[in-house]
Design a protein around this ligand. Structure first.
Ligand SMILES: Cc1cc2nc3c(=O)[nH]c(=O)nc-3n(C[C@H](O)[C@H](O)[C@H](O)COP(=O)(O)OP(=O)(O)OC[C@H]3O[C@@H](n4cnc5c(N)ncnc54)[C@H](O)[C@@H]3O)c2cc1C
Length: 231
């Protein structure tokens, strides 16, 4: 993917005390101490990580639901955001095609398979130009943006603010980093994971494709990286 055809992803919000909050949630389940006493304990990072790892691997996922992170995402196609918004434990605020009227050529994302073929890329761009002209004709004739947008393509660029808790973040990574996921959402989710791992390196083993977490592939068509469950 060319650099200017790539998602732009920034982690804009996360708790400062992520590890300690999760540790407090985990240890509260097994301790006579109050949650606040646990939170203020001097337990070191190694001890906190060891308990958190045990609790997450036993599937006690409510403990990581206390952590909320927010990403600012732009330069992605509507095809990509449409897939993202299928995730039901996330909150979204997306650039509206009703309130934001396109002026001149709208931005669009070219899939890399088309981008690398000069002839097809030219056809793709000409077609975007044609759509843009018709869109302008409609809006100039007084058609509201909410109706003129009906002719905008899946390739039209969008921006979205997405928030989710850590349990959903791990689920999202496990599903969408899989090679079966579409290239653009896979690229975007990888960037979200990298942003978070930059701040919280301990999350790296969890923010991986599902096959890496579970040691097998449950997809019908496998990339062959891990043994298939059905075999
Ligand atoms: C490779 C790939 C191909 C896909 N292809 C298609 C396709 O062809 N057509 C299509 O329509 N979609 C497709 N999807 C989208 C897919 O079906 C899911 O809608 C999407 O991945 C969201 O996943 P989810 O439901 O697990 O996660 P989320 O909505 O993020 O929910 C997380 C988890 O919460 C639980 N949960 C959430 N809501 C409910 C509920 N109502 N009842 C019970 N449990 C719930 C489930 O355990 C779920 O796994 C595809 C996804 C992938 C990754």
């Amino acid at each position: 993917m060319e650099e200017n055809n790539k998602p732009v992803v920034h982690l804009i919000s996360k708790p400062e005390n992520m590890l300690k909050t999760i540790y407090t949630a985990c240890r509260t389940c097994y301790s006579a101490l109050s949650p606040y006493e646990i939170y203020n304990s001097t337990d070191d990072k190694e001890k906190m990580l060891s308990l958190i790892e045990r609790v997450i691997s036993s599937g006690h996922y409510s403990t990581i639901e206390h952590i909320q992170v927010t990403f600012a995402i732009s330069n992605v196609s509507r095809a990509c955001t449409h897939q993202l918004v299928r995730h039901r434990h996330m909150s979204f605020s997306q650039k509206s095609q009703r309130y934001v009227k396109e002026k001149g050529q709208f931005d669009y994302i070219i899939p890399p398979t088309i981008l690398k073929n000069k002839e097809l890329k030219d056809k793709f761009e000409n077609f975007m130009g044609e759509i843009s002209k018709l869109y302008s004709e409609f809006t100039e004739a007084g058609i509201p943006a909410e109706d003129a947008r009906s002719i905008l393509p899946n390739a039209a660029a969008s921006s979205i603010v997405a928030s989710l808790n850590l349990r959903e973040m791990i689920h999202l990574a496990n599903l969408r980093l899989c090679t079966r996921a579409q290239y653009e959402i896979r690229t975007m989710i990888k960037m979200m994971c990298d942003e978070l791992i930059k701040e919280e390196a301990w999350l790296k083993p969890y923010l991986v494709p599902k096959c890496e977490r579970f040691g097998y592939c449950d997809e019908d068509k496998s990339c062959g990286r891990m043994p298939q469950l059905k075999k």
